[in-house]
Ligand binder design. Structure first.
Ligand SMILES: NC(=O)c1ccc[n+]([C@@H]2O[C@H](COP(=O)([O-])OP(=O)(O)OC[C@H]3O[C@@H](n4cnc5c(N)ncnc54)[C@H](OP(=O)(O)O)[C@@H]3O)[C@@H](O)[C@H]2O)c1
Length: 218
């Protein structure tokens, strides 16, 4: 599969490295342009381009940028694309978003609203970048980690689930983008290593408990 990444920071690089190791092709991009990614591309063995090049390249696009920067991207470029939305909302880093703070929307619903012509699948949100390569396991491994996804388009979710399986992860479908809050920051499933059954339980518990801020980094 071809993956175009918008963002070449911690998450963009970690997913790219894993994907290339598993036989996929990746093109990385960032806000400053491909000249700033030359050494990254060599270490990850990925191609580099402008944002529009990476989006056009990808059968699937990885959106791995700060949540506040999503509004800067031109939605026309993303029309028809499957977009894996890894963006998480951190109120201390991102502009305050009252809709999110008051629970009237999920982060990926806002991303989908911006990229109205794309098929957004919330993915890669609930794993720390340092674990992406470490926790990958072959299909059928007894200690395989499961990761949550959410989306409004079943076909797009199937493509993303197939990609995850090829990269070493089981998937639990949490439902529509409106259900994406179940694995947003600090929810019980957020950045915790879980198998499929454990993740299903944590997604169901999501409304009852929250993790202490930053507990997932311990
Ligand atoms: N780090 C984690 O463990 C982790 C885990 C799950 C999810 N996430 C989420 O994933 C997203 C990325 O996190 P990260 O840790 O990878 O961040 P990061 O290391 O700061 O990297 C951010 C990347 O986004 C690029 N970028 C920023 N604005 C852009 C724009 N307007 N157009 C194109 N590229 C742009 C940056 O490029 P420039 O430097 O050129 O601006 C940089 O390559 C965040 O929303 C984060 O919450 C992170």
């Amino acid at each position: 599969m071809k993956i175009g990444s918008v963002g070449a920071g911690f998450i963009g690089r970690a997913v790219a490295k894993l994907a290339v190791e598993h036989g996929h092709q990746v093109m990385l991009s960032n806000s400053r342009g491909p000249r700033t990614l030359t050494s990254t591309a060599i270490s990850v063995r990925a191609g580099i381009g402008k944002v529009a090049d990476a989006v056009a390249f990808g059968d699937v696009v990885l959106l791995a940028i700060p949540f506040y920067a999503v509004a800067d991207l031109d939605p026309a470029v993303f029309v028809g694309k499957i977009v894996m939305d890894a963006c998480n909302y951190y109120p201390g880093r991102d502009e305050p978003v009252p809709e999110l703070d008051d629970g009237f929307a999920t982060t990926s619903e806002i991303v989908q609203r911006h990229f109205a012509g794309a098929k957004v699948v919330k993915a890669w949100n609930a794993i720390l970048e340092r674990d992406i390569e470490k926790d990958a396991r072959p299909t059928g491994a007894s200690d395989r980690r499961a990761l949550p996804i959410a989306g409004n388009d079943s076909d797009a979710k199937l493509v993303v689930a197939t990609l995850f399986d090829s990269l070493g992860y089981d998937v639990v479908d949490a439902g529509t983008l409106g259900e994406g809050w179940r694995f947003e920051r600090a929810r019980p499933a957020y950045c915790v290593r879980l198998d499929r059954a454990g993740l299903e339980d944590k997604l169901m518990e999501a409304g009852a408990v929250q993790q202490a801020e930053g507990a997932w980094r311990d």
